[in-house]
Design a protein around this ligand. Structure first.
Ligand SMILES: Cc1ncc(COP(=O)(O)O)c(C=O)c1O
Length: 360
């Protein structure tokens, strides 16, 4: 496998204020592009981040064969780039691809592309606490054809953007009562673009009522699924509970899995099961609802301050009392930036020699 590299002639890094990074609006110098045609992935190339031109008949614009990943890289105190659970992201993009009738992408090229991007754009990895380099791999259908069928050609692109914290305040959730995000047999477990498109109008309505996110529910509106960009955890009477991913309606979050492993490693029991809104209401009424938080790559831990359910405001205890989620955030951020030893094998470091071999 050979990745052809075309370097940018002049870096754009001076345009970025590292103390004030807007989420998802600043893009680093290089991107990786690969093409799928004649039944195989080929033309592996890293090039300057740039716009693309496409025919209006390109299939992705019509039938939505589009999937993506979201992951983060950081830098340790010695200046070595660190990749977090890159194998799991490589596997998940392929789970999404297969569900959407798209070709799997070779894991070794995926990893190599990310390593090379991090070497070339090392200086774009923010060092401030709570900041990271967000990596956005995505795959789209590229046949110029307007009949409904799986495309025969695709592009996989990876670009990166330095990001600061996603939420600066605790989030307010509203329970879905009218719309659903995913149902059994659907594509809820895939990171498919259409899953997000379908939530945008409901999100607008939620925002208009003063809420940050919708808490998505099962088809009968009884059981809790997840939020638009995060899995959810509840602490009730000292027990950690998170909705099960077994029925395929929820994205199997890598942060969710990391928290489960950290908790189990520290001796906590974690229940992955159906969790009804009635159980949460009951726990709130009897004073055993101790914490609710979202878990996702972008936000890491997003404390929830309240949940609206029908006419009820479920108020979650103050964030400074929430020892478990405070611990999880500290552990995961520490493992990610290399300040806490990683006992799980999640971090892959890129050493100075490798960086020097590619640095512009
Ligand atoms: C719908 C949805 N659920 C959960 C998550 C959290 O997943 P992860 O922890 O892998 O970022 C995300 C974010 O990627 C998401 O978009």
């Amino acid at each position: 496998m050979k990745i052809n590299i075309k370097r940018i002639s002049k870096s754009n890094i001076e345009s970025l204020d590292f103390d004030n990074i807007p989420f998802g609006k600043a893009f680093s110098d290089h991107m990786f592009v690969a093409d799928y045609k004649d039944g195989e992935w080929q033309n592996f190339e890293i090039m300057p981040y740039s716009r693309m031109s496409m025919s209006p008949a390109t299939m992705v614009f019509h039938y939505g064969q589009a999937i993506f990943e979201g992951m983060k890289a950081s830098i340790d105190a010695e200046g070595n780039p660190l990749m977090f659970r890159v194998d799991e992201h490589a596997e998940r993009i392929n789970i999404s691809a297969i569900r959407m009738g798209m070709p799997a992408f070779p894991k070794d090229v995926f990893k190599e592309a990310i390593r090379s991007l991090l070497c070339l754009d090392k200086d774009w990895i923010p060092k401030n606490e709570g900041s990271a380099l967000y990596l956005r791999p995505f795959m789209i259908a590229t046949d110029e054809y307007i009949g409904v069928k799986p495309s025969e050609t695709y592009k996989l692109i990876i670009f990166t953007c330095p990001v600061g914290p996603y939420y600066t305040e605790p989030v307010k959730l509203i329970t879905a009562e009218k719309y659903i995000r995913a149902s059994k047999g659907g594509v809820g477990f895939a990171k498919a673009a259409g899953n997000y498109a379908g939530t945008l109008q409901p999100m607008k309505e939620a925002k208009a009522k003063g809420y940050d996110q919708i808490m998505w529910m099962s088809e009968d509106f009884k059981y809790i699924q997840e939020c638009g960009t995060m899995n959810l955890f509840f602490i009730i009477n000292g027990k950690v509970i998170t909705p099960s991913t077994k029925d395929g309606t929820i994205l199997k979050g890598i942060t969710r899995d990391s928290f489960i492993q950290i908790l189990k490693n520290k001796g906590y029991e974690v229940e992955e099961r159906l969790l009804s809104i009635d159980e949460v209401v009951e726990a709130s009424k009897n004073g055993t609802l101790e914490d609710v938080f979202g878990a996702g790559t972008a936000a890491v831990v997003a404390p929830v301050s309240e949940i609206r359910y029908k006419d009820l405001d479920i108020i979650i205890p103050p964030t400074d009392t929430r020892s478990i989620s405070i611990m999880l955030k500290k552990e995961l951020n520490g493992i990610r930036n290399g300040s806490i030893k990683d006992p799980f094998g999640w971090i892959e470091m890129i050493d100075k020699q490798e960086v020097a071999s590619l640095e512009a």
